[in-house]
Design a protein around this ligand. Structure first.
Ligand code: ZN
Ligand code: ZN
Ligand code: ZN
Ligand code: ZN
Length: 204
């Protein structure tokens, strides 16, 4: 009896300790703070391309799937197979996109993922620092910036800027319907709301 009491007191103390720890310094949020990207299921919030979002579904769609790349390399579809081995590629037939070793179903996510994540504080080139802040191009390095990512061409940068606007609209969608948010970034249709999207915009 006494032992049970002790255990109960212990458990209560542990619970109080963990909830206090989570409130001030959530373990799930720590990697997001450190890397500027991720999703915390405990808090139901995440960040990607500098945008805060509260939908895990939308986050996963934007973050892509690193595990799916090996399977894609073995695909019987030649389009998928060649996309899987490129730094960035797409199989238009299967609507599968690959960038930097991640597989995407969303063209919006793919266009953004063609860039490399940059750490402003670790940047050495002054031109890049200025360009990253202004979301422009460093003439010296020919590197173009959108959010916290660097793109190798101005064409990629222009596409990424457009894609970022689509993501912002999707975050607004997610406030009332997560399926609409996913449909917007993947040119799909929300079965619940019966809204179809093309190029990030609703079509009727
Ligand atoms: Zn958290
Ligand atoms: Zn394919
Ligand atoms: Zn530079
Ligand atoms: Zn919907």
């Amino acid at each position: 009896m006494r032992r049970t009491m002790m255990l109960a007191v212990c458990a209560a103390a542990m619970a109080a300790w963990t909830s206090a720890a989570q409130a001030s310094d959530c373990k799930g949020c720590a990697p997001i703070k450190a890397t500027g990207q991720g999703f915390c299921d405990h808090c139901g919030s995440g960040k990607i391309y500098g945008i805060n979002l509260a939908s895990r579904k939308l986050y996963d769609e934007l973050a892509g799937d690193a595990k799916a790349i090996d399977e894609l390399k073995e695909s019987s579809c030649p389009g998928c197979k060649s996309a899987a081995t490129a730094k960035a590629g797409a199989c238009k037939h299967c609507k599968v996109f690959v960038a930097n070793g991640r597989v995407f179903r969303s063209p919006t996510a793919y266009v953004l993922a063609r860039g490399d994540k940059v750490d402003l504080s670790a940047m050495k080139c002054e031109g890049c620092k200025t360009a990253a802040k202004a979301q422009s191009t460093c003439k010296h390095c020919k590197t173009s910036f959108v959010a916290d990512h660097a793109y190798s061409t101005v064409g990629f940068q222009a596409a990424a800027k457009k894609a970022l606007e689509t993501v912002k609209a999707a975050v607004k969608d997610a406030a009332h319907c997560e399926d609409c948010a996913v449909a917007r970034v993947s040119d799909g249709k929300c079965g619940k709301c019966k809204i179809a999207f093309e190029h990030g915009k609703p079509v009727s």
